[in-house]
Ligand binder design. Structure first.
Ligand SMILES: CC(=O)N[C@@H]([C@@H](O)[C@H](O)[C@H](O)CO)[C@@H](O)CC(=O)C(=O)O
Length: 308
């Protein structure tokens, strides 16, 4: 891992591999890291988030996964960010201390979503109590209102945030409100904080307003293609960047219509990488065989530009 290096570019939202009987499967994480680095050229990972079913895991499982990702990523990955958000503040603090103790490169926290903060001050108070348990570890706010129902604007949250959370380093922005995202970047600059976008199907729009990178589920298996989109955008070759975004969107649009979530992501990653990701945990249920066949046929049919 590379301490001090700014978090930018693509970050894979880690899937949590499980055995057929639903236990976490740490034994494939070494292979998973090698696959990301060698086949997808992705060197950053976001552990125990949405795609990783972090909120469906026990605290003990979350710690075991964090330890294994840090251990396996030590000499191969640039950043291992651990999501430590939980509904219970002491649990979240415990996870933050643990992430610091094992040498994670950053921690992230989702807004509590059962008893929800109703304004910025309540949310920042919660985040501050977690961040202060890991005073040497870069802290990221994980904004995902479609799942948390917490719609406090990030633009508002960032106002004066470093005074309350000195380790504040950036935002994982998993929302479609590009006005809010653009204002965050306009007011704070993407040099001061890292802005990482989390809606893979419209990353190009977020690049246009200045994000530093992206965290998402599809970078597990479309990391290399998305990297080519980032390169085309940087060149700049907007037509080529659009071509990549349209094709990524074509696949996601297709699977979203079939019903797409974490269970289906596990199935897609299994057939693309060959690494068994196993079943999801209830209440999520396995992707159907019909979904798998259709998703595979669709992905295979895409004619990527300059494809290898
Ligand atoms: C709601 C959801 O799962 N969003 C994904 C996206 O990567 C999403 O899978 C993708 O845009 C396809 O819709 C990420 O934002 C989640 C994520 O980064 C995480 O697992 O923490």
């Amino acid at each position: 891992m590379t301490p001090g290096k700014k978090l930018e570019g693509l970050v894979a939202a880690a899937i949590t591999p499980m055995t057929p009987d639903g236990q976490i499967n740490l034994s494939v994480i070494c292979q998973y890291v090698d696959y990301l680095v060698r086949e997808q050229n992705v060197k950053n990972i976001f552990v125990n988030g949405t795609t990783g079913e972090g909120l469906s895991l026990s605290i003990q499982e979350r710690k075991q996964l964090a330890e294994e990702w840090v251990r396996q990523g030590k000499d191969k990955l640039d950043h291992v960010i651990i999501h430590v958000g939980a509904l219970s503040l002491p649990e979240s603090q415990d996870l933050a201390r643990h992430a610091a103790a094992i040498g994670a490169s950053g921690i992230a926290v989702i807004a509590p979503f059962f008893f929800k903060p109703t304004n910025k001050d309540e949310l920042v108070a919660f985040l501050q109590k977690v961040a202060s348990e890991a005073p040497g570890v870069p802290f990221y706010y994980y904004h995902i209102p479609p799942l948390t129902g917490v719609k406090i604007r990030v633009e508002e949250l960032l106002d004066g945030i470093r005074e309350q959370i000195p380790t504040f380093q950036g935002v994982k922005f998993s929302d479609t409100d590009l006005l809010d995202l653009a204002q965050c970047i306009n007011k704070n600059g993407s040099e001061q904080f890292a802005f990482l976008y989390g809606v893979d199907e419209q990353l190009l729009g977020a690049l246009a307003v200045g994000v530093n990178g992206a965290v998402g589920s599809t970078y597990n298996y479309l990391g290399r293609k998305t990297e080519l989109m980032l390169q085309a955008f940087a060149k700049p070759d907007l037509a080529l960047a659009q071509k990549y975004q349209f094709l990524i969107g074509e696949f996601l649009n297709f699977v979203i219509k079939l019903g797409f979530g974490v269970a289906q992501t596990k199935a897609v990653m299994t057939f693309v990488s060959g690494i068994p990701m196993g079943p999801p945990r209830l209440p999520l249920v396995n992707a159907s065989e019909e979904f798998i066949a259709k998703a595979k046929a669709k992905l295979d049919s895409i004619a990527w530009p300059n494809s290898d």
